[in-house]
Design a protein around this ligand. Structure first.
Ligand code: HEM
Length: 490
C-alpha cells in the first residue's frame, strides 16, 4: 500500500514537472485525452487500427484547428493540417523525429529517407542529378521492357474470378527499380528470389508492430524479443541481396571497356554510378548500401500501392476506364508499340487518374519533422524540439478541394477551376527540399506501365470493399483488393 502511494505521488510529481517542462503552448487537444497518460490508451495494437486512428486525427484536425495536440504520455506532438503551415515547416525543417530514426536505423542506416540532416544534405546534393529529367528519359526503354514482361506475366491471371494480383505488380516494380537505379537485371537472376521481396514487405509490417507496442521503445526489451530476431533474419536477407547486386554492378563496370560505359563522364547518370565513383571518397561502403536499400524500399513499395489503387478505382468506375481506352486509342491507334517520351505528355487523362488516386488514397499519408527553432505559423507559434506530424492526408482532403473532396474524380484535374488555388494543396510527394526524390520517376514509370496494361486488358473491381492499413509509413490495402483482369478485345 505504502509503495503504491509512493508510486502514485512520484507519478503525479513527474507529470506536474513534465507539464512545466513539456509545455508546447495553448492548442486544442485531440478528444479523448486522459490525465497522466494523455492519448496513450488510444495507441493501436495493429496496422489496421493505426490507419483508423490516423484518419480520425486528420479529420479532427480539419474540424478543430490548423494545429492540434496529441499527447503520448508526457510527450506532446503537434498535428498540423493546414497546407501553408505544413509547407512552412517542411521547407524550413529537415530533422526527422528521433523515434523514426531509431526504429529505421537497422533497415536503412543513415540513408536519405530518415538519415540525420548532416548526412542527408550532402547525399541529397550528390544524388539529385540522378533523378534529373535527362537521366529519367534514359530509363524509358527499361520502363517499356519491364511493363511488357508484366503484361505477358498477367496472361496467366486473366479470368472472371477476382484475384489477388499484388505480387505480380510488386515483382515488376522491384525489377524496374533494380534495373534502372542499380543497373542490375534481376529477372531470372540467381541473386533474386521471391523470399527477398517477402522480406522487404515483412520488414515494414514488423516495424509497425514495434511502433504500436510501447514497451518495444526500450532497446533493452526489444533486443530480447522474438520480433527483433525475426527482423534480423529479414534484414540479413535484404542486405545480402543489396550486397550481391552491388558486386554484380562493380564487376560489370570493372570489366567493361571505358568507352562502353556512356555515363561515366556525365554529371547526370543513374544513381549507382554516383554512388560507386564516390566509394571510399565521400561515401563509405555502408553508406552506399544504405542509399540503395532506401531507394529500393521507398521506390517499389510506394509505386506498387499506387498502381494497385489505380486499378481498383478504375475497375470500379467503367466510364473512367472507357476514357482511358479512348485516350490510348488516340495516342497509339491499334499499335502495341513502346511508349515514347513524347507520348507521356499526351496521356493527359491517365495523368489525371494518377494524380487523383495519389490525392484520394495517398500512399504516404503523413510525414514527421522536428524543428530546432520556434516556428511562427499563420496563427500560432510552434515551440522547438517537439515532434510535428504533417498530415498530408488532411491536406489532400481539405475543404479547399471542394464539397467533393472525399470523392475520386479524375476529371477535376482537367479543369483548373476545379482545383484549389493554393499551391501547396497537392502533396502526395511531400514538399520542400526533403520531398520525394523519385516523384517524376514514379509518374513516368507508372504511366508507361498503365499504357501497356490498358491496351491489352480491362479490369473489374469494387473499391467499396477495400480496407486499408498503415504499415510503417505506407498506406496499403489489406482486404477487398482482389480484382478481375480480362482481355480487352477477346
Ligand atoms: C507513388 C510513389 C511515391 C510516393 C507517393 C512517394 C512519397 C514520398 C514522400 C511523401 C516522401 C517524403 C517524406 C518526407 O518528407 O519525410 C518521399 C521521400 C522519398 N522518396 Fe518517394 N514516393 C514515391 C515513389 C518513389 C520512388 C519511385 C523513389 C525512388 C526511385 C522514391 C524515393 C524516395 C526517397 C529516396 C525519399 C527520401 C528523400 C529525402 O529525404 O531526401 N520515392 N517519398
Amino acid at each position: 500500500m505504502f509503495f503504491l502511494l509512493v508510486f502514485l505521488l512520484v507519478t503525479i510529481l513527474f507529470y506536474w514537472l513534465s507539464c512545466i517542462y513539456f509545455n508546447p503552448g495553448d492548442f486544442p487537444t485531440y478528444p479523448g485525452e486522459l490525465p497522466l497518460i494523455g492519448h496513450l490508451h488510444l495507441l493501436p495494437s495493429n496496422s489496421i487500427e493505426l490507419w483508423n486512428l490516423i484518419k480520425q486525427i486528420a479529420d479532427a484536425g480539419l474540424k478543430i484547428g490548423n494545429v492540434i495536440l496529441v499527447r503520448f504520455g508526457f510527450f506532446p506532438v503537434y498535428v498540423i493540417t493546414d497546407p501553408d503551415d505544413c509547407y512552412k515547416l517542411a521547407t524550413g525543417t529537415f530533422h526527422k523525429p528521433e523515434i523514426v530514426k531509431k526504429y529505421s536505423k537497422d533497415i536503412m542506416g543513415n540513408g536519405l529517407l530518415f538519415g540525420p540532416v548532416s548526412v542527408w544534405k550532402s547525399h541529397r546534393k550528390l544524388l539529385n542529378p540522378s533523378f534529373n529529367q535527362k537521366v529519367l528519359d534514359g530509363f524509358m526503354n527499361e520502363f517499356n521492357e519491364q511493363s511488357k514482361v508484366l503484361v505477358k506475366e498477367l496472361e496467366n491471371a486473366v479470368g472472371n474470378t477476382p484475384k489477388d494480383h499484388r505480387s505480380s505488380f510488386e515483382r515488376s516494380a522491384l525489377r524496374t527499380i533494380c534495373a534502372t537505379t542499380v543497373g542490375v537485371h534481376i529477372n531470372g537472376n540467381e541473386i533474386y528470389s521471391d523470399k527477398f521481396l517477402e522480406s522487404f514487405k515483412d520488414i515494414l509490417t514488423l516495424l509497425t508492430k514495434r511502433f504500436t507496442s510501447i514497451h518495444y521503445f526500450c532497446n533493452w526489451i526489444y533486443e530480447r524479443t522474438k520480433l527483433k530476431k525475426e527482423m534480423d533474419q529479414l534484414l540479413k536477407f535484404t542486405h545480402d541481396f543489396t550486397e550481391k547486386m552491388l558486386q554484380v554492378k562493380r564487376n560489370e563496370i570493372a570489366n567493361a571497356p571505358r568507352e562502353e560505359i556512356k555515363f561515366l563522364d556525365s554529371h547526370y547518370k543513374p544513381i549507382i554510378y554516383h554512388l560507386l565513383e564516390n566509394e571510399n571518397k565521400t561515401l563509405s561502403l555502408e553508406e552506399i548500401k544504405d542509399e540503395i536499400n532506401v531507394i529500393i524500399l521507398t521506390g517499389f513499395e510506394t509505386s506498387t500501392n499506387l498502381i494497385i489503387f489505380v486499378l481498383l478505382l478504375v475497375g470500379t468506375y467503367p466510364h473512367v476506364q472507357q476514357k482511358i481506352f479512348e485516350e490510348l486509342e488516340e495516342v497509339f491507334g491499334d499499335s502495341d508499340r513502346d511508349v515514347t517520351k513524347a507520348d507521356l505528355s499526351k496521356l493527359v487523362y491517365i495523368d489525371a487518374v494518377l494524380k487523383e488516386t495519389s490525392r484520394y488514397v495517398p500512399v504516404v499519408p503523413l510525414i514527421g519533422r522536428v524543428s530546432t527553432e520556434d516556428v511562427q505559423l499563420k496563427n500560432c507559434v510552434l515551440k522547438k524540439g517537439y515532434v510535428c506530424i504533417l498530415m498530408l492526408y488532411a491536406i489532400l482532403h481539405h475543404p479547399m478541394w471542394g464539397p467533393d473532396a472525399d470523392q475520386w474524380i479524375p476529371e477535376r484535374w482537367l479543369d483548373p477551376q476545379r482545383l484549389p488555388a493554393n499551391p501547396h494543396a497537392y502533396v502526395p510527394f511531400s514538399f520542400g527540399k526533403r520531398n520525394c526524390i523519385g516523384k517524376t520517376y514514379a509518374f513516368m514509370s507508372l504511366k508507361v506501365t498503365l499504357a501497356h496494361f490498358f491496351r491489352r486488358y480491362k479490369v473489374f473491381s469494387n473499391f467499396a470493399n477495400v480496407k486499408l492499413k498503415m504499415d510503417s509509413v505506407v498506406l496499403r490495402p489489406y482486404s477487398g483488393y482482389e480484382f478481375c483482369i480480362q482481355y480487352r478485345n477477346k
